[in-house]
Design a protein around this ligand. Structure first.
Ligand code: UDX
Ligand code: ADP
Length: 476
């Protein structure tokens, strides 16, 4: 007998239709996985950005707006069967029983909380839109990374402006990491669902749980109250970022001594209380979540007068900024304190491998520091476009767009790029960099030929034996 995938909980209506507002790095992959695992549920992902939706609907799956291993296979399986991408936001809201809000929540660039608090204007606009359009009861799920108490703000908007319909608000933070999003979703360590402890809140939590239970064991779906769920997301990311900053500060110490950061990571990682993951020293952490979530945590702690708590977490960001600037300064001092007019090749612009996302990428800070010294930079990244790279630099406002384009060029040929280069910096750990013919690259470059490895990707002995002046972060 075939088990129906249609979800039916107690008195609740069958869940046959869900929508997600925001077709970005979170909404796109998450909804694609839900659609592929729940073939009886119609999943519609909507976005106000027509270009983005066009890309999601592109016949050529290589043109999807985001790159994630395994994503195009999943999209091709479900798209136009039970997975749809559209700009018809109101229609999707009207038809859905469950609405996920997955819009961007960047750090505020203006007003109170500038540079720290999350900008909730996109979330608020969504809530107002749902209130305007909804004609029957809905479960609204906050999926974007949000500061604590956002659920209550959404609730207040929906209750005071809605058409007398009942909204249950759930917090269901996303823990997927880019580059492994599909695997993380299909095989999640845990799914967190926060909601009210009222009977209708419990029913909503159970309803959402049952969707995830289509493919995950029940015990991995954790239910909490809304506050715990929202805060857990910030704390999980703060702990992960803290681990990276911790190991990165020790990498600086290793470079001054004979200690090797990899040996230290291994030695401490064997302690089962510490564990071995997330102990790779690097040029710094990036990504849309770590910095933003810590800034949020700091902001919330300060707003409650918890200055010591705020200062403690702020150090994680200060250490990360130090790691990025330390790397750039080391490059400059190694190149005899003058890089003006010198050709420097940057391998990698994405904040980590297997993604085309560049948000908060350490490459941006390193490039900016080198451009300040008037270096001539050539960037190669297998997945990031030239437009994105220039947009990232222009956003800093450090120099004019013309100046950025004069000093920095983007190339599709990583080997040719090294002709007459003084130095190469590895800023993203793309696997392909390991497969390059480094002997040929050495021949191409001016001597002494420097390689600054911010991702500990290459083998020290091999690089030294080829003749490179090879620097690997965390090793003297
Ligand atoms: C993170 C969280 O892992 C995820 O649970 C959350 O939902 C979103 O934020 P993401 O930013 O996609 O995911 O990537 P992650 O793998 O966590 O890496 C973040 C940054 O830390 C990257 O720049 C990465 O290169 C760096 N990093 C990570 C290190 O430098 N060393 C490590 O050991 C691990
Ligand atoms: P994330 O990493 O959180 O997924 P992204 O920036 O990749 O963030 O994606 C968020 C998406 O949300 C963007 O494509 C943006 O156009 C979309 N968006 C923002 N506000 C709205 C809105 N009010 N209605 C529909 N889509 C929106």
């Amino acid at each position: 007998m075939q088990i129906s995938h249609v979800i039916q909980i107690k008195n609740m209506k069958k869940i046959t239709n869900i929508c997600c507002i925001g077709a970005g790095y979170v909404g796109g992959p998450t909804m694609s996985v839900i659609a592929s695992q729940c073939p009886d549920i119609k999943v519609t992902v909507v976005d106000i950005n027509q270009d983005r939706i066009n890309s999601w609907n592109d016949e050529d799956l290589d043109n999807l707006p985001i790159y994630e291993p395994g994503l195009k296979e999943i999209v091709s399986k479900a798209r136009n069967k039970n997975l749809f991408f559209s700009t018809e936001v109101d229609k999707a809201i009207d038809e859905a029983q469950i609405i996920f809000i997955s819009v961007n929540t960047p750090t505020k660039t203006y007003g109170k909380g500038k540079g720290q608090a999350a900008d909730l204007k996109f979330v608020e606009l969504c809530a107002r839109n749902i209130a305007k359009v909804a004609k029957d009861d809905k479960i609204v799920v906050e999926k974007s990374t949000l500061p604590v108490r956002t659920a209550s703000a959404i609730k207040s908007i929906l209750q005071h402006t809605g058409n007398k319909v009942n909204f249950e608000i759930l917090s269901n933070p996303e823990f997927l990491a880019e580059g492994t999003a599909i695997e993380d979703l299909l095989n999640a360590d845990r799914v967190l669902i926060g909601g009210d402890d009222t009977p209708s809140g419990q029913e909503a939590k159970d309803t959402l749980s049952s969707i995830y239970e289509q493919w995950l064991p029940k015990e991995r779906v954790l239910q909490t109250n809304v506050w715990s769920s929202e805060l857990s997301k910030l704390v999980a990311n703060a702990f992960l970022a803290q681990r990276v900053s911790s190991i990165n500060t020790i990498s600086a110490l290793c470079e001054k001594t004979d200690a090797n950061i990899q040996e230290i990571s291994r030695a401490i990682g064997y302690d089962s209380r510490i564990g071995s993951k997330f102990l790779n020293a690097s040029v710094g952490f990036g990504g849309s979540c770590f910095q933003k979530d810590i800034l949020n945590l700091v902001y919330i702690a300060r707003s409650y007068g918890l200055m010591e708590v705020a200062d403690y977490w702020e150090q994680v960001i200060i250490a990360n900024d130090y790691q990025k600037s330390r790397f750039a300064e080391h490059m400059i001092s190694s190149l005899y304190n003058t890089i003006s007019g010198k050709k420097i090749v940057l391998y990698g612009w994405a904040f980590k491998k297997d993604t085309n996302d560049t948000r908060e990428s350490p490459a941006i800070a390193v490039a900016d520091a080198l451009l300040e010294e008037q270096a001539e930079i050539l960037v190669y990244d297998p997945k990031v476009s030239a437009e994105r790279i220039y947009a990232d630099l222009d956003y800093l406002n450090t120099r004019s767009p013309e100046e950025n384009r004069r000093l920095l060029k983007v190339t599709n040929d990583p080997i040719e790029a090294t002709a007459k280069a003084h130095a190469i910096a590895i800023l993203t750990e793309w696997d392909e960099f390991k497969t390059y013919d480094w002997a040929a690259i050495y021949e191409n470059m001016l001597k002494p030929a420097f390689v600054f490895d911010g991702r500990r990707l290459l083998d020290t002995e091999t690089m030294n034996s080829l003749g490179f002046n090879y620097y690997k972060i965390g090793q003297s």
